[in-house]
Design a protein around this ligand. Sequence first.
Ligand SMILES: CC(C)(COP(=O)(O)OP(=O)(O)OC[C@H]1O[C@@H](n2cnc3c(N)ncnc32)[C@H](O)[C@@H]1OP(=O)(O)O)[C@@H](O)C(=O)NCCC(=O)NCCSC(=O)Cc1ccccc1
Length: 174
Amino acid sequence: MESHEKLKQWQEEEASIRPVLAAPGVATREQLRERSGMEFLNDIFQGKLPVAPIGALMDFIPVHADKGVMIFQGSPGPQHYNPIGMVHGGYAATLLDSCVGCAIHTMLPAGKGYSTLELKVNYIRALTDKTGPIRAEGRVINVGSQVAVAEGRITDASGKLYAHATTTCLVFSI
Ligand SMILES: CC(C)(COP(=O)(O)OP(=O)(O)OC[C@H]1O[C@@H](n2cnc3c(N)ncnc32)[C@H](O)[C@@H]1OP(=O)(O)O)[C@@H](O)C(=O)NCCC(=O)NCCSC(=O)Cc1ccccc1
């Protein structure tokens, strides 16, 4: 697909998903415990559970979840800058932490939770307010009974890579 077609597709997908999402908030422990990771994320997509407040703060949304895969989309703007002229590294780190963690969550059964133990980010090229929509795509590498690992990549609609990450998460009963 040509990059301008992909850009249009990304913009249309974001426009169709945003109105369905519920207000930002935090699920109760019971809502978390009784759903598998896929059920939990599907309920967020259907507006039955709140979206993450960090997404509202930093202006990114979930756009896709499947077994082992999670994608967020955002458009970096002036509010995300550091004082030296490009998007703060925390923006990419936040999207990458989100997509790799949720990718792991898609593999967990009901009654299991997770938390990031470690995140390693490589910044390949600077994000700016001209970059346009970007996607952070997380993919599971392995999910064990106690430890899960995943990787994530931030790209624009032309496929240009901006940052990538690996994570180690703890898996535990909730
Ligand atoms: C530049 C480099 C570090 C090294 O790249 P190289 O190994 O030499 O690789 P390569 O030559 O392949 O170039 C790759 C791309 O880089 C571009 N480019 C190259 N040289 C320059 C240059 N001199 N100036 C500008 N751009 C340059 C080049 O055109 C190409 O892009 P293109 O293919 O044309 O689209 C690159 O990895 C990078 O920008 N990473 C992102 C770092 C980042 O955003 N960190 C997070 C923010 S920091 C933060 O927030 C901390 C903080 C907090 C609070 C307060 C203050 C600070």
